[in-house]
Design a binder for this molecule. Structure first.
Ligand code: UDP
Length: 479
């Protein structure tokens, strides 16, 4: 007999930045709405961090199903953009998804896919499930994604060739220097794939976005205004954010939290460039000097440098006698031992940002990191690297007043140590950063309110849950 507890399936595309918010959304549907949740993940992307994340006890409430790994080596050029590879992996995983759903005794009532899973929406139709897209980014990004493919000529001629801002009805324009890589080369497979995603998103029954009403009121209005972007999106948009990890650390890293316990309140700046961000050796040297000269306490997540070439060559990494990796200045670890922690590869970020000793975040502005910082009232130094991060950085600095953006030297094309020292001091201690620090606290309260019972994001997710419950009820009654 079919149980009346709604069952929802979520499909996560590869990459921790995609998986983490999908897991969180799943958990929220369990804890707030008592739903049964199945999460489809792609086995091919198994990384240590992903495995630890999936195995952690917090996942007990979720049924995680690994889809068979997709062989893509013959389907995509080895040098293709990472996003192209992700969409091809997603495409190749569709038969596995279809079989997995067909084999389920109690079929889910709805399928929620993320940005790169839109080709799975017809699979939901095949099984008569409701279908949603969860954009783990903001409404502005959703706006450009659904709008740009409907005005390809303007994107090509005015935005890319003439480098004019792309006007999106009702939203802030996107400056050329902030634009998405996907638009830059019409001949690259990425261009077509990305445009397709933009056209497919409005095929869903609803679009969930990791933002909240008070963060992007005008953009959200334009997405639902029939005269503006509503014409393009056509479907309800549900701002349900911030959707961020709220339970224990991803990895056991208690020494980090112990160390933080010993530091004064809001005295530590956390430096991390997301799950995949890397910098050049020259840039890392400047960060090391900038942090040291700022005289602030810090936690820095380091990865071996990758130079700015398409093949992304890794350096052979050695160490100084004090253990300093050879891509950092000699003796750096010894000189900063009392003030800083250098963590290789990965850190328990949400726990760090939630710690009262943390007062600032040098971030690549990935949207998960941004929301984690915002929800903890931590101001940012915005240092975008790829994807929609430049748009995020612009929003954070120019619209929200939550961040400061370091200037790149026009000659060396890197952020030099003096500049970093200046922005770190500004965000952490200097008087001229007080407004940003105050704004971070204000936004934290606004975000918490949105998530609380009766708040805008809580209500939005309840609407989605209600829709799914109604559809299940209709099915049970019709059976
Ligand atoms: N993250 C983490 N530890 C790290 C680096 C990243 O826990 O050392 C988590 C971070 O908290 C966030 C996600 O990985 O939830 C990164 O997502 P984001 O959108 O910020 O950036 P992406 O990695 O997708 O570029």
């Amino acid at each position: 007999m079919q149980t009346t507890k709604p069952h929802v399936a979520l499909l996560a595309s590869p990459g921790l930045g995609h998986l983490i918010p999908v897991l969180e959304l799943g958990k929220r549907l369990v804890t707030h709405h008592n739903f049964r949740i199945t999460i489809f993940v792609l086995a091919s992307e198994a990384s240590t961090a992903q495995n630890q994340l999936l195995e952690s006890s917090n996942m007990d409430v979720l049924n995680i199903v690994s889809l068979p790994s997709a062989e893509i080596s013959t389907k995509v050029d080895p040098g293709a953009h990472i996003v192209t590879k992700i969409v091809v992996i997603m495409r190749e995983s569709l038969p596995g998804l279809r079989s997995a759903i067909a084999a389920m005794k109690s079929r889910p009532s709805a399928l929620i896919v993320d940005l790169f899973g839109t080709e799975a929406l017809p699979v939901a139709d095949e099984f008569k499930m409701l279908k949603y897209v969860f954009i783990a980014s903001n409404a502005w990004f959703l706006g450009i994604t659904v709008y740009a493919p409907t005005v390809e000529k303007i994107v090509d001629e005015e935005h890319v060739k003439q480098q004019k801002p792309l006007k999106i009805p009702g939203c802030k324009s996107v400056r050329f220097e902030d634009t998405l890589e996907a638009y830059l080369n019409r001949n690259d497979q990425l261009y077509g794939e990305y445009a397709r995603v933009g056209l497919e998103i409005p095929e869903a029954d609803g679009i969930l976005v990791n933002t909240f009403e008070d963060l992007e009121p005008a953009t959200l209005r334009s997405l639902t205004d029939a005269e503006l972007l509503g014409r393009v999106a056509k479907v309800p948009v549900y701002p349900i954010g911030p959707v961020v990890r709220t339970l224990g650390p991803l990895v056991l890293a208690d020494p980090v939290l112990d160390w933080l316990d010993k530091q004064p309140s809001q005295s530590v700046i956390y430096v991390s460039f997301g799950s995949g961000g890397t910098l050049s050796a020259k840039q890392m040297t400047e960060i090391a000097w900038g942090l040291e000269q700022s005289q602030q306490r810090f936690i820095w997540v380091v990865r071996p440098p990758v130079e700015n070439d398409a093949s992304g060559t890794f350096f052979t990494v050695g160490n100084d006698s004090d253990g300093t990796p050879d891509y950092l200045p000699d003796g750096f670890l010894t000189r900063t031992r009392d003030r800083g922690l250098v963590l290789p590869m990965w850190a328990p970020q949400t726990d760090i940002l939630a710690h009262p000793s943390v007062g600032g975040f040098v971030s690549h502005c990935g949207w998960n990191s941004t929301m984690e910082s915002l929800l903890n009232g931590v101001p940012l130094i915005a240092w975008p690297l790829y994807a929609e991060q430049k748009m995020n950085a612009t929003m954070l600095t120019e619209e929200l007043g939550l961040a400061v953006r370091p200037k790149m030297s026009t000659s060396s094309r890197i952020v030099e140590r003096k500049e970093l020292e200046m922005v770190v001091r500004k965000i952490m201690v200097d008087k001229d950063g007080q407004e940003i620090r105050d704004r971070a606290k204000e936004l934290k309260h606004i975000a918490q309110k949105a998530l609380s019972k009766g708040g805008s994001s809580c209500t939005s997710l309840s609407q989605v849950a209600k829709e799914i419950e109604m559809s299940l009820k209709a099915k049970v009654q019709g059976a």
